[in-house]
Design a protein around this ligand. Sequence first.
Ligand code: SF4
Ligand code: SF4
Length: 166
Amino acid sequence: MALKIDRRNFLKKSSQAGIACCTLMMGSKLFAANSMGNIFGNEKIDPKKLNFCGYTCPADCKFYVATVENSDAKKKEVYELWKIKERFGVDFNSETTICWQCKNTEKPAGVVIQHCTVRACAIENGYDACIECDKLTSCDKDLWKLFPDFHKAMLELQNKYKEQTV
Ligand code: SF4
Ligand code: SF4
């Protein structure tokens, strides 16, 4: 299944809702490449290998590259691209305009993932990913409500995961 999310529409929606969909902002092509069929193939589904929402960070994510290189120029670029001022009302700060990826708990969390309600909820409930959560179908987090195709894909992934774990 290929997920179709229009990037401009996504940015507008996520900006309106103030949600923090960090890596999902990479665009529909990468997003589709990350769809569940391509993540695991015939392998066993492992929630530990997914971000909390179910996404997988692409290695060439601009935010991640800017963070690893600690480049202020690149950080400023992602600050604009991710609309951080508009979404969170935060002025540019090189120290907090970072992303070491959703699951990296050994590095400080940057401004974007700090605002992610799905990530916070999954961590609070002790899940590696929302596909482990029985409330995923009815979960009212903005991410799922605004992006039903992504929600549907994660529910399908959850079904496959459950089939594999019985
Ligand atoms: S859980 Fe939140 S911070 Fe992590 S990848 Fe998904 S949207 Fe981004
Ligand atoms: S209630 Fe469950 S599905 Fe919803 S964000 Fe929290 S862990 Fe994820």
